[in-house]
Design a protein around this ligand. Structure first.
Ligand code: FES
Length: 382
């Protein structure tokens, strides 16, 4: 990575080939709750190096839709980071989204023995246990399926670093709708002195501990200092719906936590971008009317220059000529289409994936970027 996020979250292995898909066999489908499953995918020996991942990364699954269009969805890996040889299996959590094409397919149709198209791991919401400082103390605030990458992060850190501690604050609607209950309880059993768990249920009374209700900014501002020494926490991982992540970010800011210690991954963003995040510009350019022009893109060592049509994103312009250009959500959320803006100016519609350090250094989301200048050059290989 050309721009390392604040250490020690910079250990993300770069995929061998951007956006490469391979056929992986489903080894198991485990029902976690009424509306979520875990898919276990078998990784053949020859592909294990390509699927080596950092804790917190995700996989993009692809399905050819019946009417010819293609559906891609990104799901976080919940299994711990593998060793140098790479994983023999990968496990992802899939929550059913109302009307969601892929999640409905996963819940109703996918079975052990099926073969799925799976992109190599990607994502920068990661923690490299080897890079953590001595006696590191990390914390996470997650909502719903936001537990998925954090489960991998916590399990990998606690297993690799006997001196590290992890505090998990999780929010769910009810106990019955809580994903990975057993896996999280297992961490508590295995590391009773180093793993701290606080569960807040929004729609259900709890037997002991916290009252029910939403985990919002006000509540977190009061709760977090009572749980752990906030100023001494090495790094914070916030993951879940937009509202929860934003509330947690504001609470940490109010508690004096510097932004570079906070890492975010947002699941589920409404179609309309919130006013305080849109529009955003890439690292180089202020906003202006989009113009027709040309984009030069470098991808896996090969470059090409192609026309950009009026209103078209840079990603779509590249995709018409390079079908292997990396993307998943096309909504500014997953970060799979991240590219470095080498020259020219772009306007980004929205950005829920790149950290401030990345946009300041010149990275953009190709799916959200529109050419402002006649000529724009981007590099997917950085
Ligand atoms: S494809 Fe997901 S952010 Fe661009």
């Amino acid at each position: 990575m050309a721009v390392p996020p604040p250490s020690p979250t910079s250990g993300s292995p770069r995929p061998a080939r951007h956006g490469a898909f391979h056929a992986l066999t489903v080894a198991a489908v485990d029902r976690l709750t009424d509306d979520s499953v875990a898919l276990t995918l078998r990784v053949p020996q020859e592909l294990r190096a390509e699927y080596r991942h950092a804790p917190g990364q995700h996989l993009t699954l692809r399905r050819a839709a019946p009417e010819g269009a293609e559906v891609r969805r990104t799901y976080s890996i919940c299994s711990p980071a593998p060793g140098e040889a790479g994983p023999s299996v990968l496990r992802v959590g899939v929550r059913l989204v109302e009307g969601g094409e892929f999640s409905t397919f996963a819940h109703k149709e996918i079975a052990a023995g099926d073969v799925l198209d799976v992109m190599v791991p990607a994502g920068r919401f990661v923690l490299d246990p080897a890079a953590a400082p001595a006696a590191a103390h990390y914390a996470a605030v997650v909502g719903g399926s936001g537990i998925t990458p954090v489960l991998s992060i916590a399990a990998s850190l606690l297993a690799a670093r006997p001196d590290a501690r992890f505090c998990l604050v999780r929010s769910d609607r009810t106990a019955a709708s809580t994903m990975f209950l057993e896996e999280v309880a297992d961490l508590k059993d295995r590391y009773p002195d180093r793993f701290q768990l606080v569960t807040v249920l929004s729609r259900e009374e709890q037997e002991a501990g916290l009252p029910s209700g939403r985990l919002d900014e006000q509540r977190l501002t009061a709760l977090l200092p009572a749980l752990l020494p906030v100023a001494e926490v090495t790094g914070w991982f916030l993951c879940g719906p937009y509202g929860l992540v934003q509330g947690a970010e504001r609470a940490l800011h109010a508690l004096g936590v510097v932004r570079t210690r906070v890492h975010e991954e947002i699941f589920h963003v409404e179609d309309t971008a919130p006013q305080d995040t849109a529009p955003q510009t890439g690292g180089r350019a202020p906003s202006a009317a989009a113009s027709r022009g040309r984009v030069t893109a470098r991808l896996d060592g090969r470059s090409g220059t192609w026309p950009v049509q009026e209103g078209e994103s840079l990603l779509d312009a590249v995709l018409r000529n390079r079908a292997d250009a990396p993307y998943a959500c096309k909504g500014g959320v997953c970060g799979t289409c991240r590219a470095f803006l080498v020259s020219g100016e772009v306007r980004m519609d929205r950005n829920f994936a790149l950290e401030a350090e990345e946009t300041e250094a010149g990275f953009v989301l190709a799916c959200q970027s529109h050419a402002v200048t006649e000529e724009v050059e981007i590099d997917f290989d950085r």
